[in-house]
Design a binder for this molecule. Structure first.
Ligand SMILES: Cc1ncc(COP(=O)(O)O)c(C=O)c1O
Length: 421
């Protein structure tokens, strides 16, 4: 259990730690203001260690990246081996790069339907961008349909299909041909979709909106409506995929086969890697004209080697099953806290090892910060004030769930006593 490990000593002199904090403020652009207090020296399994020698449990997995835990030894070995062979060559259009083939083949094995071709990128946002272009090119149509609460990235195309006015407005004009409808509302989809709709883009479970799970008829119904109108269904599994919900892809929870799947975050085992996955037929449209979509770093050999190792760890260590069983245990604990603190926790939602806990909005950040001061990292969400995200690595141990529960309980007690502001 993490708190029983010997407490490590500092790895840096106090003055150097403070100097890093100052130099960070001077030289790194930030979109969240303020001085940062944690200087990271190491991350392993579910634990992050700071340079002053403190240990923290990472219950957001580096934001849904460390599904196999931080620095899994097999991932580290795969990275080392690949770097010694080659780190980078022209990644697209010229050479066969074995680690790309290995990860694309593994993904093809687990994607639903015949989505057995991958275009590899570096990030999730790039996967979204590529998929939007692919849908326009394949259908010859211009419009996109997206959902209120949805999040697909921050570049112009991805931002255009992402919700939340405050993140969009300062950067307008965005793509004009986008309609938003309420998440889960099939009637609204029917009203908004048309024969000029290239694609509908959806997170089967909305992450940044607060782990919102739709009714069971939603995703199958959406599939049907898209098929009727000849629009492609793009499913964003960037946060919810690679085992987070107990399935490789969350759309499997409803047996839905989309036309394009987006993957990233945990795909690279800790290194930057994204992918959009579709059929050979849909992808054939990218050959005309040649070079219609390109990347310098997407599908980087080192990232792909890390991804292959992480994929194999998920399979061999049975982490899809672990997400389900440990998820049930975590849910039980969170619901226990909800009954002890009904005035503070209004709802617990989740699937697999992916949970949202609704709190009074004015207490959310104080509780997140108080938990950090007690050694547990949880997170807030982009599109849901008043909600805390809890999403540990899929290798999390039951004892670590106990630590999370104890720390959250202590923070809730402090909030109840009026000690948090
Ligand atoms: C559902 C979803 N789509 C897309 C993205 C963007 O991915 P990236 O930050 O790798 O560009 C994110 C990131 O949080 C996400 O959660």
């Amino acid at each position: 259990m993490v708190l029983e490990r010997p407490v490590p000593g500092p790895t840096m002199e106090h003055t150097l730690i403070e100097s890093y904090k100052d130099r960070f403020m001077n030289h790194l652009s930030q979109t969240v203001p303020g001085r940062k207090e944690l200087v990271i020296s190491e991350a392993r399994d579910c634990t992050i260690k700071t340079a002053d020698g403190r240990l923290f449990l990472d219950f957001i997995s580096g934001i849904a990246v460390a599904n196999v835990g931080h620095s899994h030894p097999e991932v580290v070995a795969a990275i080392q081996q690949q770097v010694e062979q080659f780190a980078h060559v022209n990644v697209y259009g010229r050479f066969v790069i074995p680690p790309q083939v290995e990860i694309a083949e593994r993904l093809a094995r687990v994607t639903p339907g015949n989505l057995d071709v991958a275009y590899l990128t570096s990030t999730g946002t790039e996967a979204t961008e590529g998929a939007l272009k692919l849908a326009r090119k394949y259908t010859g149509r211009k419009r996109f349909l997206a959902f209120e609460g949805g999040f697909h990235g921050r570049t112009f195309g991805a931002l255009s299909v992402s919700w939340r006015q405050q993140y969009r407005e300062p950067f307008e004009p965005l793509l004009a041909e986008v309609d938003f409808v309420p998440f889960g509302d099939l009637q609204a989809v029917t009203g908004a979709i048309g024969d000029d709709t290239a694609a509908v883009i959806v997170e089967p479970i909305q992450g940044e909106a607060g782990v919102r799970i739709p009714d069971d008829d939603f995703l199958p119904g959406l599939r049907e409506i898209c098929t009727q109108h000849g629009a492609l269904l793009i499913v964003d599994e960037i946060q919810g995929g690679m085992g987070r919900t107990g399935r490789w892809f969350s759309c499997e929870l409803w047996d839905v086969v989309p036309d394009i799947i987006l993957s990233a975050k945990s795909l690279g085992g800790g290194l930057p890697l994204g992918a959009f996955l579709s059929t050979a037929e849909i992808f054939s449209t990218f050959l005309d004209p040649p070079l219609s979509h390109l990347t310098t770093f997407g599908g980087n050999p080192v990232s792909c080697s890390a991804a292959v190792a992480a994929f194999d760890v998920i399979e061999r260590e049975g982490l899809l099953g672990a997400a389900e069983t440990m998820g049930t245990k975590l849910e039980h604990r969170l619901r226990g806290l909800m009954s002890q603190f009904p005035e503070l926790i209004s709802e617990v939602r989740g699937r697999g090892l992916w949970f949202a806990v609704d709190l009074p909005p004015h207490l959310t950040m104080p509780i997140v910060n108080d938990m950090e001061s007690r050694g547990v990292i949880v997170g807030s969400l982009l599109n849901a004030e008043g909600t805390v995200r809890i999403a540990p690595p899929l290798i999390v141990a039951e004892a670590e769930l106990d630590v999370l529960t104890g720390v959250l309980r202590a923070s809730l007690m402090a909030a109840r006593a009026g000690e948090l502001v």
